[in-house]
Design a protein around this ligand. Sequence first.
Ligand code: NAD
Length: 264
Amino acid sequence: TGGLLAGKRGLIMGLANDKSIAWGIARACAEQGAELAFSYQGEAFRKRVEPLIAPLGDCPLFDVDVTDMASMDAMFAELGRVWGRLDFVVHAIAYSDKNELRDRYVETSRDNFLKSLDISCYSFTAVCQRAEKLMTEGGSLVTLTYYGAEKVMPHYNVMGVAKAALEASVKYLAEDLGKQAIRVNAISAGPIKTLAASGIGDFRYIMKWNELNSPLRRNVTQEEVGKSALYLVSDLGSGVTGECLHVDAGYHVVGMKAVDAPDI
Ligand code: NAD
């Protein structure tokens, strides 16, 4: 098969259902000839994930909880055994107790702070640590972040703090792994209706606000995040590392929208 990712092997982590950003990325990569493996979390998701990926052929599939280093080690050991080499990884995983994404950030509990940072930030470092050993011919690692890392967004709270740490870690990881021709980047996606997003208070309002205020005057799709991820994991992005690529219809550049404002 031809395509930008012909002969490349990639692991996609964080597939929950057909709305997952991971699925948008997986489709874009599969269309370009990549051979894919997937991870999901928990038996409950297996029955949704299996039929979803069935049309892609016989993809290695792993039940991995990223707080459980033994399950991570087992996955990478198995990938090493069946594939030997890994070319790219997409990390589309985040978590916070949704009860702490409603009111004030200042109320965040220590337990939820540690758990959110562990799952949403440290897990990417843990993935890079393990993937590095299989990326013997260079590689590309991509994680997903959100504008709430840069600016205060309503209800994003501890996730904003976790994403800020994740974005900083992308820069350190890019430096550490660059000498081995391994690139590390983040995509800062605009709001998209997914399972994880449903935990954020007033998410519909945030989507509407983005639609009205972004330069493109609309929201982005899972497919668009997929295409940008394809750029980063393929040779098209060969000169790009340590970057945070905004796929948000331009929302992040707007300080204040020019409207037909009445005279002030
Ligand atoms: P999703 O619910 O489809 O995906 C989140 C995934 O995280 C799920 O597959 C879930 O199983 C996994 N996960 C949570 N805890 C885990 C754990 N302990 N171990 C392993 N996996 C775990 O939602 P999504 O919106 O596609 O989220 C993917 C990524 O995109 C997240 O990092 C999210 O913060 C980011 N993101 C989402 C949006 C949005 O608006 N949807 C915007 C910007 C960034």
